[in-house]
Design a protein around this ligand. Sequence first.
Ligand SMILES: Nc1ncnc2c1ncn2[C@@H]1O[C@H](COP(=O)(O)OP(=O)(O)OP(=O)(O)O)[C@@H](O)[C@H]1O
Length: 276
Amino acid sequence: MSQDKAIEFKDVSFRTTKVEILRDVNWSINRGAMAVILGPNGCGKTTLLRLITGYLWPSEGSVATLGCELGSVDVHSLRRRLGIVDPSAVALLDANMTALDVVLTGFFGTLTIYFDRPTRTQVEIARKAMHEVGLFEKDNQNFQTLSTGEQRRILLARAMVGRPEMLILDEACAGLDLLSRETLLATVWKMHSARPDMTLLVVTHHIEEVLPTATDVLLMREGKIVGSGSPNELLTNEPVSKAFGCAVEVSRIGERWTWSVTPEIWEGLLSGGKAT
Ligand SMILES: Nc1ncnc2c1ncn2[C@@H]1O[C@H](COP(=O)(O)OP(=O)(O)OP(=O)(O)O)[C@@H](O)[C@H]1O
């Protein structure tokens, strides 16, 4: 285990009593990295994240997050060093909160603000975070009435108030239109540029969400690593097609990646046959 590493998986397998979900995962990223875990539905991304955040325990091997090995660390104090943007949390938030209240819950790791009394300094920090995500003037608006794109940026501000050493985006762009997605990505990119020591981990199944300055990519399929390396090495037709189980054309346009699938493989997809 190295203190320079933000994440370190060594020979990790994870299984329930019935199924093996991850097998032989060896992967590490340095602190300050901008990393992406990319893979299709069901490849094990959420399970990897639960191991990183200490909600699950490896069946074999070891997992270290921010230099702390699971098993020899208080996971609650570890989680305070992480900022997590998880859109599925929206459904769990107290419905009566303003946007500012939601940002303030980031200090307490809670889903409501009514049992906590934020200090004046915390309110100031929360307002600054709202400013940084471009939503300063929405402080008093009920969170549930914000657009989905605005809600995501508020969740980002919530994740940032505790000055996390690692920011984790868990499918943070899911359900966003192009402009909302790009606004969120641009905000995250700017935040990371202003905090080069902060590690950024983006978990996604969309190649378009790989940021221009990403340093590391982990490609997953069916609980196993298809490849890990730099975006230039990994984001090419062969490894991406292997990970996603169909023939994909990957293109780099400027500093971004995009992909497409030609209708020639549709027949194979519809008949449940070969799609590659
Ligand atoms: N508790 C469990 N019991 C049985 N199978 C499980 C359990 N948890 C996850 N799985 C299975 O493990 C595989 C990986 O699940 P996981 O949620 O990690 O994938 P994912 O890559 O995050 O998927 P998605 O992108 O759809 O969220 C899936 O096939 C899932 O059905």
